[in-house]
Ligand binder design. Structure first.
Ligand code: SF4
Length: 424
């Protein structure tokens, strides 16, 4: 009979990871042991050799979610051995997507750039020379300085891949007197971002999905079209707590597959649907009148657009209905291809959100369509009108700057679609 290499489970000593609670399965090492966390060396098996780690909080930068990570640093060598989620990070709470732990590839990639390189040949020749940081900064900074001194501001352009400075460059670049700010998101999410930024000055709102009764998502938000892991996990929390999930998406995405109601509107027609829902709320008097009265610049609107009318909130509501009167469900059906009765059902869900609507729009509807940025703008308009300020949207509501209409060029009435909606 072959003798077992390891003793039986009953006689086997507990691994060093065991917590005081006596649990042998746990998600994360307890924080009070992050300075000296011990694991068996798997390569030494079947011998039991301890490896000691420091678990150092850091941030994943493989997308702008900036989830928390723990870098596992070997105490003997100070080498980073792996990355795992940081359970204390308030956004990601230790739940990362696969790209988070994959950060180790960036640390160990033999082709990673370790120091500044300066082109040493003609452009495209592939010749580079190593320079010091001081030399690189003096060179680049000197050129920027000379351009500013010469008044050649338009010759300076800042391009960033993942803008992780969270608004800092929005201070620095205007201080330099230049507006040449570019990033790779000009291609994908800029349409959604512009709609938010023009409306409220911030391009990445975070609705409180976890506490919502109704979650309305345009495009994909569960780790695909929208990359925000902290949103994705809270959307699922909200859904598991009973929230209704409504999704507008042209494809059966991860998000659409989780929806209680999924519609596939004709691309670019989402704004028409949102305006129809908003009109329905106002027409049935289920919009949040107190919020609109307090936060919307309706006095300015009336003074500018209807100077002879009484300056009262009731007049504003009447003008609002007239302005949006043509955005009926029939109109939205013609635009989107989704039957009016389905759209009205969605509007009723929004109207019945009980003060808890969480809504978001990202890439698919906002990009690739002329005027796609208006989708986010119309969604913001709807969020503002939704019944009662909610846990999900009150923190994100902003004072209205202007009312979205088809005059801005998004909606071309009469465009029909043969697209069959898939819903309910
Ligand atoms: S969502 Fe994924 S890639 Fe983005 S920061 Fe979080 S772990 Fe990193």
């Amino acid at each position: 009979m072959v003798k077992p290499v390891l003793p039986s489970a009953a006689t086997q000593p507990l691994p060093p990871q065991q917590t005081e609670a006596g649990l042998r399965l746990q998600q994360y090492p307890p924080v009070d042991r992050w300075d000296d966390w011990i694991e068996w060396d798997p390569k030494a098996w079947p011998r039991k050799v301890e490896r000691h780690y420091m678990l150092l909080p850091t941030i994943c930068f493989n997308c702008e979610s900036a989830c928390g990570l723990l870098g596992w640093v070997e105490k003997d060598t100070l080498a980073v051995r792996k990355f795992e989620g940081n359970p204390l990070h308030p956004g990601s709470r230790g739940r990362n997507c696969a790209k988070g732990p994959a950060t180790i590839n960036q640390v160990n990639d033999p082709d990673r750039i370790l120091y500044p390189l300066k082109r040493a040949g003609r452009r495209g020749e592939g010749k580079w020379a190593r320079v010091s940081w001081a030399e690189a900064l003096a060179d680049i900074g000197g050129r920027i300085r000379r351009a500013l001194q010469d008044g050649r501001h338009e010759e300076i352009m800042y391009h960033v891949g993942r803008p992780g400075h969270d608004g800092l460059m929005e201070w620095i670049l205007p201080a330099w007197g230049i507006d040449g700010h570019n990033s790779h998101t000009n291609i994908c999410s800029s349409g959604a971002r512009a709609g938010y930024a023009f409306w409220m000055g911030f391009d990445r709102p975070s609705p409180d999905h976890a506490k919502a009764n109704v979650i309305l998502l345009i495009s994909s938000h569960l780790e695909t079209g929208h990359y925000f892991n902290p949103h994705a996990q809270r959307i699922m929390e909200g859904k598991m707590a009973g929230a209704k999930l409504i999704v507008f998406d042209t494809r059966l995405s991860n998000t659409a597959s989780m929806a209680d109601a999924w519609i596939a509107p004709w691309p670019g027609s989402e704004a028409a649907i949102l305006l129809a829902i908003a009109r329905h709320l106002v027409a049935t008097r289920r919009h949040d009148r107190d919020f609109v009265r307090r936060w919307v610049n309706w006095e300015q609107y009336l003074s500018a657009e209807h100077p002879g009318s009484p300056l009262s909130f009731e007049t504003f509501e009447q003008k609002l209905l007239e302005l949006y009167g043509r955005y009926t469900f029939d109109f939205a059906e013609k635009e989107s291809g989704v039957p009016a009765r389905v759209l009205e059902g969605i509007a009723e869900d929004v109207a019945g959100c009980g003060g808890r609507l969480a809504a978001h729009n990202w890439r698919s509807a906002g990009s690739g369509n002329l005027g796609g940025w208006q989708v986010a703008r119309c969604l913001w308009f709807l969020s503002r009108e939704a019944p009662r300020p909610t846990a999900g949207t009150s923190g994100c509501r902003a004072r209205t700057r202007s009312l979205p209409t088809s005059r801005a060029g998004t909606i071309s009435p009469g465009r029909a679609s043969t697209r069959s909606p898939i819903s309910r």
